[in-house]
Design a binder for this molecule. Structure first.
Ligand code: PLP
Length: 472
């Protein structure tokens, strides 16, 4: 560092000097610790910028303004409510399934005190963490036993690790799924300690391919629901029934990753069908795994159901301890599963199902009301219309299926649709829409009232700081 830099650095005020000035201007409205942290951060950044020649030493007033900006950002929780105007019912980036009221209440009450998560109240002895939801899952799937882990990826890892460590897992090349960027079945099998044995081709795998690949080192036959893609055209895959027959003859278990997995027949609601847990068990899957926060409509969790002997081994795997769920998840999952005991009321009580089955007239009415208010709120330059469009279910479920919807479509004389998308994210709470056909679109499918789609822009933090005002 040369001399002039050192002199410039010396011109920076100390933390104490900044704090003293700030206190004189406005007192008692700030958390002292957080504001001190913000001042230190700004002074640290200023030092770096001075050394790199980008900045001259800022004044105390400038430092206070910059510290206020940091303070305003840091004093708000960073995880916040987002309005889902994407039309995607299970959107991974914003936390997938919205919980039913019963689950919200169960989480709230479990969070406020202690719960009998591993206590049998009738005997006073320690009990199994899963027993409460196990009874519900076995009843709803007809499986002999069930257990729960942190998510479906963990369920797959745990099942494979328990049954196939150091041995081979046979999977069709047409079913080597990748979900999002972080779940690749081929990698998961390896990381679970097993050896992947791919059979067949991308579009055709016959049961004979599985049979030919079986060796003394084979541990299980794996089937995965290709939940986010479809192989169409000249195709063939081994059915669950065929795998079951083969597995029975060779003494090998069938593990089926259903992905979303539904507990009900969705076609009864006019929706396209997904593999149903109970019918997969009936068709001979020894173990099935599926997500808690996809079509099931509950919290993030991975459900493993199947033969008692296998579930017991899975439960006793030390990895199970590392992947177990906490009391809040358990509370939400139990409350959600309970709704399924009354299927006739499910459509009104389970948000995921309610959103998927919303009548088009209702969507249109919400879109029309929202459009009127948004037009007033945005002012001149914007063109706000209501149009036909398609919603998707998402979460890897029903990838090629869409649902008819009505959207608010917004364009502007000069701004690009993506700029409008960004502007709506500046609303409080942020509104997440999507861009389609050169327009910014708001889909009312997953919002409970039209008002949620109308943006409210408060004076942002920068403007507050520029006015030299402390945030309240
Ligand atoms: C979604 C999905 C997973 C991962 O489930 P998470 O609950 O997100 O961990 C695994 N396999 C399939 C087929 C899926 O669709």
């Amino acid at each position: 560092m040369n001399m002039s830099n050192q002199e410039l650095l010396r011109a920076l005020p100390s933390v104490d000097e900044v704090l003293k000035t700030a206190r004189r201007e406005e007192s008692g409205r700030l958390s002292a610790a957080l504001f001190t942290w913000a001042v230190r951060k700004v002074l640290g950044e200023a030092r770096l910028k001075i050394v790199s020649g980008e900045w001259l030493p800022p004044s105390i007033e400038d430092i206070i303004v910059m510290a206020m900006e940091s303070y305003a950002v840091e004093s708000k929780p960073s995880l916040c409510k987002v309005v889902n105007a994407t039309g995607t019912v299970l959107h991974t980036n914003i936390g997938r399934a919205v919980l039913c009221v019963e689950a919200q209440e169960a989480v709230f009450s479990a969070s406020r005190g202690n719960v009998n998560i591993e206590l049998d109240i009738s005997t006073g002895a320690r009990s199994d963490r899963d027993c409460r939801v196990e009874r519900l899952i076995t009843r709803l799937t007809s499986a002999e036993a069930a257990t729960v882990v942190n998510n479906n990826a963990a369920a797959v890892v745990l099942a494979i690790n328990t049954l196939a460590q150091g041995r081979e897992v046979i999977v069709s090349r047409g079913e080597l799924v990748e979900i999002g960027a972080s779940f690749r079945l081929a990698e998961i099998v390896g990381k679970s300690g097993a050896i992947l044995r791919e059979v067949g081709s991308t579009n055709k795998t016959r049961i004979a391919d599985f049979e030919a690949a079986i060796s003394g080192n084979t541990a299980l036959l794996f089937k995965a629901h290709t939940s986010n893609y479809k192989v169409v055209g000249f195709t063939c895959s081994a059915t669950l029934k065929e795998l079951h027959e083969l597995g029975k003859a060779k003494g090998l278990p069938i593990v089926y990753d259903l992905g979303s997995g539904s507990l009900i027949d969705l076609s009864a609601f006019g929706l396209p069908n997904e593999p149903q847990a109970a019918s997969c068990i009936a068709s001979g899957a020894d173990v099935i795994t599926f997500s808690g926060d996809k079509l099931l409509g509950g919290p993030q969790a991975g459900i493993i159901a199947g033969k008692k002997e296998i579930i017991d081994r899975i439960r006793n795997n030390p990895l199970k301890r590392a992947l177990r769920v906490d009391k809040l998840t358990m509370a939400a999952l139990e409350a959600t599963l309970r709704l399924y005991l009354e299927p006739e009321r499910l459509k009104e009580r389970l948000p995921v199902l309610r959103y998927m089955t919303r009548p088009i007239d209702e969507l249109d009415a919400v879109a029309q009301k929202a459009a009127t208010s948004i037009r007033e709120r945005l002012g001149p330059g914007y063109i706000v219309a209501v149009d036909d469009d398609l919603s998707t279910i998402g979460g890897g479920a029903l990838p090629t299926e869409t649902l008819r919807t009505r959207v608010v479509a917004i364009t502007h004389e000069r701004h690009r649709p993506h700029d409008i998308y960004r502007r709506f994210l500046d609303s409080r709470p942020p509104i997440l829409g999507r861009v389609g056909k050169g327009r910014f679109l708001l889909d009312p499918r997953c919002v409970d009232s039209y008002e949620e789609l109308v943006p409210s822009f408060d004076v942002d933090n920068k403007q507050i700081a520029e006015k030299g005002k402390y945030p309240t």
